[in-house]
Ligand binder design. Structure first.
Ligand SMILES: O=C(O)[C@H]1O[C@H](OP(=O)(O)OP(=O)(O)OC[C@H]2O[C@@H](n3ccc(=O)[nH]c3=O)[C@H](O)[C@@H]2O)[C@H](O)[C@@H](O)[C@@H]1O
Length: 429
């Protein structure tokens, strides 16, 4: 009878050892493969890039959801992941009797999103309507999920039925290359969009504020421009789709006021800048900052002797809110009278960014207004408003913002003077 020995030298034991080692290798291989296979990298808003197994990522997501829920609903605040600093917005708790339902058309745009922040922080219910032509979801993403906030993808050229107390009607591309890209659409947005908002205001008896523009003064022959000046606009030039579109929008506001008693406000906004300007915007402030930060040539259109007066976005938002909630219903200039030639402005940006950029003069654009500066006596007297942010500190914040955008996106090619579509995906243009 054969007895089984425990000697390792026996053939049976060798086989066992081989089987064991083989199993170990196979297990090790599959274990390594499985670890390799299920590791993912995922971009989580407000945390950034995370790498981990499915389980780790799910845990991170759950933690984020809980944190957001706490922040949004319990503490009453939201993180702004798009600003240069992680600003924590504190929200005022308003009683039902004081909480308004406010519609902001174009609320995902540069100015609109700052207005939305202020209205949300004041404790109101805010509905944003935007077609995302120049507006970006990321500008209002920090409010998504908040019970006071609603984001609707909708083009104001089509009517919309909502129940609201106030309407801030901002929707319209505002940068010359963007509004000239599809002039017919720009005219439709200003005319049909405003008719639709006025129809809505009439139906629900809401107060409606139109963001008009200093461009209603065209290439002004009066300087600075008071609201009583009727302007000097070329009705068939490349800027007419915007200038005349806003002029007729103003006309419609006062026709609805006279004929139907609609409660209207009209803000004439002068050149405004600040964080969340589209990197592909093409206007002078974003272009010069983006060029200077990359030490690229600064592009001046024409002689550079034309002037503009620049206001920081926070001042504008304060002015819009004061105008909306005051008693004055005639057109009101909202701008900072601090006036610069474009040449001076280019030097100023170079100095603030400590840039080695060279100045490059390109051909002047058609009908470019030669000077622009607001007379703000009406705003001071009627709504008690004037700008409080000096241009230098506003620019410093904007430069900080664009430095962060550049860090994230790499090279940005600024938009030139020609009509162009905004490039939401490749923000580098
Ligand atoms: O803010 C306003 O009051 C209105 O005017 C602006 O139009 P504009 O003043 O021509 O704005 P920019 O495109 O920023 O141009 C300002 C000046 O800088 C010049 N520019 C612009 C961009 C650039 O790269 N280089 C340059 O020299 C323009 O030719 C113009 O003389 C915008 O059209 C509107 O959004 C707005 O309603």
């Amino acid at each position: 009878m054969r007895t089984m020995t425990a000697y390792p030298s026996s053939p049976g034991s060798f086989r066992n050892v081989f089987v064991f080692l083989g199993a170990l290798v196979v297990f090790g291989f599959f274990f390594a493969m499985s670890q390799y296979d299920i590791r993912h990298t995922e971009e989580i808003p407000s945390i950034g890039k995370l790498t981990g197994t499915q389980e780790e990522l799910i845990t991170a997501r759950v933690k984020l959801e809980v944190q957001n829920a706490l922040v949004n609903h319990v503490i009453g605040a939201a993180w702004d992941s798009t600003s240069s600093k992680q600003d924590l917005y504190a929200i005022t708790e308003l009683p039902d009797s004081k909480r308004l339902r406010i519609l902001v058309t174009g609320g995902a745009g540069f100015v609109g999103s700052h207005l939305v922040d202020r209205l949300m922080m004041a404790g109101h219910e805010v509905i944003v309507v935007d077609n995302f032509f120049t507006g970006r979801k990321k500008n209002v993403m920090h409010w998504v999920g908040h019970s006071n906030f609603q984001l609707i993808s909708h083009d104001v050229v089509e009517p919309i039925m909502l129940e609201v107390d106030q309407i801030y009607h901002l929707a319209c591309p505002a940068s010359p290359p963007h509004y000239q890209y599809n002039p017919i659409k720009t005219i439709k947005t200003s005319t049909m969009g405003t008719i639709n908002m006025l129809g809505l205001a009439k139906r629900v008896q809401a107060r409606v504020l139109l963001t008009s523009t200093s461009e209603v003064y065209g290439d002004p022959e009066v300087h600075p421009q008071p609201e009583s000046y009727w302007g000097n606009v070329n009705p068939i030039g490349p800027r007419a789709c915007y200038d005349e579109g806003k002029r007729v929008a103003e006309t419609m506001m006062y026709a609805y006021k006279q004929q139907d008693g609609v409660d209207v406000r009209v803000a004439r906004i002068f050149n405004t800048f600040g964080p969340r300007m589209h990197p592909n915007d093409g206007r002078v402030v974003s272009n010069f900052i983006i060029q200077a930060l990359q030490n690229k040539d600064i592009t001046i259109y024409g002689s550079g002797e034309q002037t503009r007066s620049f206001q920081y976005v926070d001042d504008l938002v304060e002015g819009l809110i004061k105008l909306m909630n005051g008693n004055y219903d005639q057109p009101t200039n909202i701008g900072n009278p601090d006036e610069y030639t474009v040449n001076e402005f280019a030097e100023f940006i170079k100095e603030l960014t400590k840039s080695g950029s060279k100045i490059m003069h390109l051909e002047a654009t058609t009908d470019d207004p030669r000077k622009r500066r607001p007379d703000i006596s009406v705003a001071k007297k009627e709504i008690g408003w004037q700008p409080v942010v000096d241009v230098k500190s506003g620019l410093t914040k904007t430069i900080e913002y664009f430095s962060k955008v550049l860090e994230e996106s790499g090279e940005i090619v600024p938009t030139g003077p020609d009509a162009t579509k905004p490039k939401p995906k490749n923000e580098g243009g």
